[in-house]
Design a protein around this ligand. Structure first.
Ligand SMILES: *Cc1c(COP(=O)(O)O)cnc(C)c1O
Length: 219
C-alpha cells in the first residue's frame, strides 16, 4: 500500500526531482516500508524525533530537518543531518555555523522563505536576501545548497503557483548574483502532498511529501 503510493508519486516526478518522505507522526513499521521501497531521504520537523529515529533505522538513510529549529537544539543536528531545510533567522544561521565549527563539520542548509508573508509561518522575506547573504559570507562551516518555502494552505492553484514561482526567482538570483565559496546551489525544496505537482511544474528539485505516501490522500 505505502509502496503503491510511493510508486504513484514517483511516476509523476521527473528524474531531476528528489522525493523526501516526511515521516513525522508515523509508526516505525510504516517508515520501514518507505525505506524498503527504496526511498532513503527522510524528513522530520522535530529534533528529538529525528535523532531518535536516526538510531532505529538504517545508517544509509539521509535525514532532512524541515521544521522550526531552536538554537539550543542545533548541536544535536550538526554532523548527523544531511540537510537543514529551514534556516529562518540570522541568529539561527550564525548558531549553525558556530556549532559546526566546534564539531569540525560543514553543515548543508537551505534558507526558508515565507513568500506569502503568512504570520503563522517562519521564514525570511524576499527583501531580506542581501542581508542573509552578507551573514552567509562570514559562515565558513555552512554550505548553502538552496532555498525552501511552503505555499499557503489553499486549493487555489494560482496562489500556490505564484509562491513557487517567486521562490524559483530567488533561487535563480542567488545563482546569478552571488559568487561565494560556500554556495553550491542544487536544491529548490518546494511541494507537499497537496501541491507538489504544481511545484514540480515550477521547477522543484526536492518535494517533501508525507500524507500522500502514507495514506494515499492529499491531506
Ligand atoms: C509535514 C511537512 C511536510 C509534508 O506535508 P504533507 O502534507 O504531509 O505532505 C512538508 N514540509 C514540511 C516543512 C512539513 O512540516
Amino acid at each position: 500500500m505505502i509502496k503503491d503510493n510511493i510508486g504513484n508519486v514517483l511516476k509523476t516526478l521527473p528524474d531531476s526531482t528528489k522525493l523526501i518522505a516526511i515521516t513525522k507522526y508515523r509508526k516505525d513499521e510504516e517508515i520501514q516500508e518507505v525505506i524498503d521501497a527504496g526511498v532513503l531521504d527522510l524528513g522530520e520537523n522535530r529534533v528529538q524525533e529525528l535523532t531518535a529515529k536516526m538510531s532505529r533505522f538504517s545508517p544509509s538513510v539521509r535525514w532532512h530537518f524541515v521544521g522550526h529549529l531552536q538554537r539550543n537544539k542545533v548541536k544535536d543536528l550538526v554532523g548527523r543531518v544531511h540537510l537543514i531545510h529551514s534556516v529562518d533567522s540570522l541568529r539561527l544561521l550564525r548558531k549553525i555555523d558556530q556549532e559546526s565549527a566546534k564539531a569540525e563539520v560543514v553543515t548543508a542548509i537551505l534558507i526558508q522563505f515565507n513568500i506569502a508573508k503568512e504570520p503563522q509561518k517562519y521564514g525570511f522575506s524576499t527583501e531580506d536576501l542581501s542581508e542573509v547573504m552578507a551573514v552567509l559570507k562570514t559562515c565558513d562551516h555552512v554550505v548553502l545548497k538552496g532555498v525552501m518555502a511552503m505555499a499557503p494552505h489553499t486549493t487555489d492553484t494560482a496562489v500556490q503557483r505564484e509562491v513557487f514561482r517567486k521562490l524559483k526567482e530567488i533561487y535563480d538570483r542567488i545563482i546569478s548574483d552571488y559568487d561565494l565559496k560556500n554556495i553550491a546551489m542544487d536544491t529548490l525544496s518546494m511541494g507537499m502532498s497537496n501541491d507538489y505537482a504544481i511545484a514540480v511544474e515550477e521547477g522543484s528539485t526536492a518535494v517533501r511529501i508525507g500524507t500522500k505516501l502514507f495514506t494515499g490522500e492529499e491531506k
